[in-house]
Design a protein around this ligand. Structure first.
Ligand SMILES: CC(C)(COP(=O)(O)OP(=O)(O)OC[C@H]1O[C@@H](n2cnc3c(N)ncnc32)[C@H](O)[C@@H]1OP(=O)(O)O)[C@@H](O)C(=O)NCCC(=O)NCCS
Length: 197
């Protein structure tokens, strides 16, 4: 898809017509050869917020997945159609380790394709990411979020802990959210997993 198409999101009316999704749900690891499809989905999804074509052009490199990254993505498929995906990684940032040296995870990407926005796919992806992050033994999950997605992350239990500079748009700050995966003292938090609304 072109940048101009991504910069022309669905209207709110179209969103509500398109939203209901309830059957044929599959959560699976993506294949390396899905990298172009997932990159295009990420661009369309970012465009949902109404950003200009030039803004999206500046984000495109950051939203383009390599085959290696695609193979680490988790996709949600609805009736055979990829509706969204997430990408997790262990944080390589020097400041991301806990005081006791525990590893911390990053939610590098979480994108829902516009026809599925508002239908619960984001929550499924987030809960899947939460479970995988906890299973990886990370103490916390950090999320450098698009400012428009603030309420979504807050609804799902993440808390803003600061800001980070955007890697795509010089001078732009992005809210940094965090999800605690392990209770202070080492016990594992019992996360409420919600699969569908
Ligand atoms: C943010 C995004 C992932 C949410 O996905 P979604 O499938 O629409 O979210 P869900 O339908 O699962 O909603 C989960 C909860 O968050 C709330 N929520 C989601 N988007 C919201 C919004 N824009 N404003 C307010 N609340 C929102 C929902 O109301 C729901 O809460 P409830 O179940 O208590 O009513 C999706 O809008 C998206 O992909 N946006 C564009 C790309 C983007 O910004 N991704 C995040 C990058 S950091």
């Amino acid at each position: 898809m072109s940048i101009d198409q991504a910069a022309a999101p669905l209207t709110s009316g179209e969103r509500h017509l398109a939203a209901p999704v309830a059957t044929g749900l599959v959560v699976r690891i993506a294949r390396p050869d899905e990298a172009p499809e997932l990159s295009a989905l990420a661009l369309r999804s970012k465009g949902w917020w109404g950003y200009s074509a030039s803004f999206l052009r500046a984000c495109q490199a950051e939203l383009t997945l390599t085959e290696t990254e695609a193979a680490r993505c988790v996709v949600v498929e609805v009736d055979g159609v990829v509706a969204g995906f997430h990408l997790l990684s262990e944080s390589a940032r020097a400041d991301a380790r806990d005081g006791d040296g525990e590893a911390v995870g990053e939610l590098d990407m979480l994108f829902v394709d516009p026809p599925f926005i508002g239908g619960g796919v984001g929550r499924i992806l987030f809960e899947d990411a939460r479970r995988r992050a906890a299973a990886a033994g990370w103490a916390r999950l950090q999320i450098e979020a698009d400012p428009h997605s603030r309420t979504f992350y807050e609804r799902l239990g993440a808390v803003q802990v600061g800001e980070r500079l955007s890697r795509s748009i010089p001078g732009n700050s992005l809210p940094l959210f965090e999800l605690t995966l392990r209770a202070p003292g080492g016990g594992r938090m019992v996360a409420r997993a919600t699969y569908w609304r």
